[in-house]
Design a protein around this ligand. Structure first.
Ligand code: PLP
Length: 342
């Protein structure tokens, strides 16, 4: 199959329509066999659960072209598991893991023409999502659901190269203890839009959310987990039951410890410790890692020694190693790379 005539190098990180999407419906207690459709529109009842009470969750992962021309996905099993957790918490039916991974593979195959070539900086972003499709009026779970996966070629998250971010300590909370911070519910993102719009208006790139119970511990941003590097080279990531278990962060911890021989710690990180770290970054599927140069806490600036122009050296090593694995330039740990035979 020929690749589309797309200016791959100038793609931004946004939605563009591709030829196929996977659609499965859950009705009368069972998932149907699912189809690949060319219709990008969703038609649902005006009172569908998703429209009234936001009963919806999603995932995000990527397919890549490797240096030797293979098409691969990175750890889709972890997305399937995480989405199963989201569904359970939101009283939605789990889409079976084997079918989930098979549907992802087949969707990539069908949209192969849109998988960006190696070296363009672009990738095929995959977005599985599920929503309540049957009508509800009183507050209760719907009984019919739709599971979809869409694919969209995307450019690098940061167009002008990787420039360290300025982040503010946020006065809004993202997640409550025993709430939904650990799952990928659409509602978590709806309610973060006010805070991120406000942050941008104030000149900040992102929000640093604190734990809502004590407001002393670092949680995450609206769409990425934090990583820190101590002055003696230890990789530290916040441990919390109210942050999303990032696939990228879990992979970086493994890369740090098992491949780069670093000391790694997953532990509570106090806001008061921020000034002690040598490097800081945010990590997620979209950007892999983006360095943080500065955190502003109500006017008090905490500047990391890695500065405002480049990624710190340890962050860079982690970034190069993980992207090397994703792009097939270095050997992957067992089970991380799922090849899509075209
Ligand atoms: C709130 C939040 N935290 C962290 C992440 C990073 O997770 P992952 O590395 O699995 O993309 C995301 C993105 O999915 C997110 O939305």
């Amino acid at each position: 199959m020929e690749k589309k005539n797309i200016d791959w190098g100038n793609l931004s990180f946004g939605y563009s329509q591709t030829d196929y999407r996977f659609i499965a419906n859950y009705e009368n207690g069972a998932w149907d066999e699912g189809t690949f459709s060319t219709d990008p529109n969703v038609v649902i009842n005006e009172c569908a659960g998703v429209l009234q009470y936001c009963q919806a969750c999603f995932e995000g992962l990527k397919a890549y072209t490797t240096e030797d021309g293979r098409t691969v996905m990175f750890r889709p099993d972890l997305n399937a598991d995480r989405m199963a957790g989201s569904c359970e918490r939101l009283v939605m039916p789990v889409f079976p893991k084997e079918r989930y991974i098979e549907a992802l593979k087949e969707l990539v195959r069908k949209n192969y023409a849109y998988v960006p070539p190696y070296g363009t900086g672009a990738t095929l972003y995959l977005r599985p999502y599920m929503f309540a499709s049957s009508p509800v009026l009183g507050v209760h779970s719907a009984d019919s659901f739709q599971f979809r996966i869409i694919a969209s070629p995307v450019g690098p998250y940061f167009k002008n190269g990787i420039k360290p971010l300025t982040i503010r300590v946020c006065d809004f909370d993202r997640a409550a203890p025993h709430g939904t911070g650990h799952i990928k519910a659409g509602l978590n993102y709806a309610m973060s839009l006010f805070a991120i719009t406000d942050a941008h208006e104030q000149g900040f790139d992102e929000n640093m959310y604190l734990d809502s119970a004590t407001r002393t511990k670092v949680e995450e941003t609206g769409g990425a987990n934090f990583i820190f590097v101590t002055k003696d080279g230890t990789l530290v990531t916040p441990k919390s039951s109210t942050i999303l278990p990032s696939v990228t962060r879990r992979s970086l911890l493994y890369v740090g410890e098992k491949i780069l021989g670093m000391k790694v710690e997953e532990r509570e990180v106090y806001k008061e410790e921020l000034a002690d770290f040598a490097e800081c970054g945010v990590c997620g599927t979209a950007a892999v890692i983006c360095p943080v140069g500065k955190v502003v806490d109500h006017g008090k600036e905490i500047c990391f020694p890695s500065g405002m122009t480049d990624m710190g050296p340890v962050t860079k090593k982690l970034y190069d190693t993980l992207t090397g694995i994703q792009m097939g330039r270095r050997e992957a740990p067992e089970g991380w790379i799922y090849e899509v035979e075209i």
